[in-house]
Design a binder for this molecule. Sequence first.
Ligand code: 5GP
Length: 211
Amino acid sequence: MSSRRGLLFIVSAPSGTGKTTLVERLVQILPNLRMSRSYTSRPLRAGERDGVDYNFISREAFHAMVGRREFLEWADVFGNCYGTSAVDIEQLLVDGQDVVLVIDVQGARQVRQRAVDHTAIFVMPPSFEILEQRLRGRSKDTEAQMQRRLATARAEVGSYGEYDYVVVNDQLESTVVRLQEIIAAERSRTHRMRGVAEAVIRTFTRSANRE
Ligand code: 5GP
């Protein structure tokens, strides 16, 4: 069993950038990486399952959780509330699981303000035009909703400087590889490798004692 505490990653990107698809691929590929399941007050969409895509709860239940300070972070995104349960995340991290939160820029700011150890990655679309094409291709939004998403995206892309890493999602597979590389690099940082390094050092000490 590992005594290592898991690492916390945040991935933010404007709506339509493909962040959920990217992170779903990433957790399929990487052992020991889990995507957190948020709570939301938004209604289920066709094909979504409660307890799988999100924990779907009423607005009242959501605000009760806010009142009890149960969220590590939460935000109102496009008129619905979304939040990450602090207890759920802590449990995973204590179990040694690395966890990725797919949250908006407001949520990422709250995690930063709480001085919780984490690595934040911002995913950008290749251009505004490509983002708009992707959004219009997949969405059943009204034109007003579409304009709101695009306006939010414009505001959000300017936040990239608050993040530790930036990747441009020009091509799914190569972007997944870049995200894997970031995670591998973070896992290999010296202060996180101390346990492993010290175990190797002990084999040297044992061999020196035998001599
Ligand atoms: P959707 O309704 O399309 O699933 O998600 C809308 C937005 O909510 C996305 O930008 C997503 O990143 C964000 N989101 C999902 N879960 C959370 C969360 O727990 N906290 C925050 N701050 N944003 C979230």
